[in-house]
Write a protein that binds this ligand. Structure first.
Ligand SMILES: O=C(O)CCC(=O)C(=O)O
Ligand SMILES: [Fe+2]
Length: 292
C-alpha cells in the first residue's frame, strides 16, 4: 500500500473509486453526524470551509479542546506510565524521567502512552466527536477508518541524532494510505522553543524535488532543502496554548521541533481510507513493563 500510495494518480483513482462505491453509506454517515453536531465539543467551526482549507493547504486550523477535557487528559498522563521510544519494555512515570534516563543511559526525547482510547474517557470522546468524524468522512470521501490515537511527550533534551531521526524531528512526509490525515492537539502550551510542529502548507501537492525521483521517494530532508524549495510564508511553525488543535494531511512536509524550553504533550487522532493496523497504540498489558 505504501508503495502505490506514493503515486498521485494511484491515490486519486483509489479515492474516487471508493467514494463512488460508498456513496449511500457515506451520505448516511455524514447525515448521522450532522444530526448530532450540537454534541460536539468544538463550537463555531465552519465545517465545509475547514475541509476545503484542509484539501487546498493540507492544513486547517481553529480547533480548541475545552479546558476540562485538557485537564482530564493531563490527569491521565500524570497518573499513567509512558514508554521511552515507544518501547513497551521502557515504561516510566513522566516525573521520574531523570531516573529512567540513567537506566537507559541516554536522554529521552520521546515517550508515548499505550491503550489511551481504552483508558482515557476524554480521548475516547474526542475520537467519537461528531464534528471530527464528519470532517474525516468528508475529507476522505468515504466512510473513514479510525486508525489510531497516539499520545506522547517530547522532552527538552540534548537528543541523540538517531533519536531525532527516528522520532520525526527531521522534515519528512508520511505516506500512510491512499487518503488519510491526522488531528493534532496540544495538551501543553506550545510557544517557540517548546517543540512546535512545523508543516509546509500546500506541500502535499508539491513534494520537494532536490534529488532524482524524489517525487516517489520517502526520505528525510534537511532544513536547507526545505528552506530552498518553499517560500518562508508557507512554512508554518504551529504554536498555541494547551487545547489548540489542527488537522493535517501529513503528506505535507512536516517535522516536530526538538524542544529547548518546555516539554510538549501531544495527542494525535488519525483517520484514513483503510486501516492497516499499524498506527494504533494498543498493546497487551502483560507486554508492558516499567524501568523505574
Ligand atoms: O512530533 C511531531 O510534531 C511530528 C510528528 C509526525 O511526524 C507525525 O505525527 O507524523
Ligand atoms: Fe510524520
Amino acid at each position: 500500500m505504501r508503495v502505490p500510495a506514493r503515486f498521485g494518480f494511484a491515490r486519486n483513482t483509489v479515492s474516487r473509486t471508493r467514494g463512488l462505491l460508498q456513496g449511500p453509506g457515506l451520505r448516511r454517515f455524514l447525515a448521522e453526524r450532522e444530526a448530532r453536531l450540537e454534541q460536539s465539543v468544538f463550537k463555531g467551526i465552519d465545517k465545509e470551509q475547514f475541509v476545503r482549507t484542509l484539501d487546498a493547504d493540507g492544513l486547517a486550523f481553529g480547533l480548541k479542546i475545552p479546558a476540562e477535557m485538557v485537564a482530564q487528559i493531563r490527569q491521565f498522563a500524570d497518573s499513567s506510565a509512558c514508554f521511552a521510544d515507544r518501547d513497551p519494555a521502557h515504561g516510566f512515570h513522566a516525573e521520574q524521567r531523570a531516573a529512567a534516563e540513567s537506566v537507559l543511559g541516554k536522554p529521552i526525547l520521546v515517550a508515548q502512552y499505550f491503550n489511551t482510547q481504552q483508558q482515557c474517557a476524554a480521548i475516547d470522546a474526542l475520537r467519537h466527536d461528531p464534528l471530527l468524524e464528519w470532517i474525516a468522512a468528508r475529507y476522505i470521501g468515504s466512510v473513514p477508518a479510525f486508525v489510531g490515537s497516539n499520545l506522547w511527550w517530547t522532552f527538552p533534551v540534548k537528543a541523540r541524532e538517531e533519536d531525532r531521526f527516528k522520532h520525526a524531528h527531521l522534515y519528512h512526509r508520511d505516506v500512510d494510505c491512499f487518503r488519510f490525515f491526522k488531528f493534532f492537539f496540544y495538551l501543553t502550551d506550545v510557544e517557540p522553543g517548546d517543540g512546535a510542529h512545523v508543516a509546509v502548507a500546500g506541500s502535499h501537492r508539491r513534494p520537494p524535488v532536490t534529488q532524482r525521483f524524489d517525487e516517489f521517494k520517502v526520505r528525510r530532508y534537511t532544513d536547507a532543502e526545505i528552506d530552498q524549495t518553499y517560500d518562508r510564508t508557507v512554512i508554518k511553525e504551529i504554536c498555541g496554548e494547551a487545547g489548540t488543535g489542527f488537522a493535517e494531511n501529513t503528506l505535507c512536509i512536516h517535522k516536530g521541533r526538538t524542544p529547548v524550553h518546555q516539554a510538549r504533550l501531544l495527542l494525535q487522532l488519525q483517520f484514513a481510507m483503510f486501516d492497516y493496523g499499524v498506527m494504533h497504540d494498543q498493546r497487551r498489558e502483560q507486554d508492558l513493563s516499567l524501568m523505574v
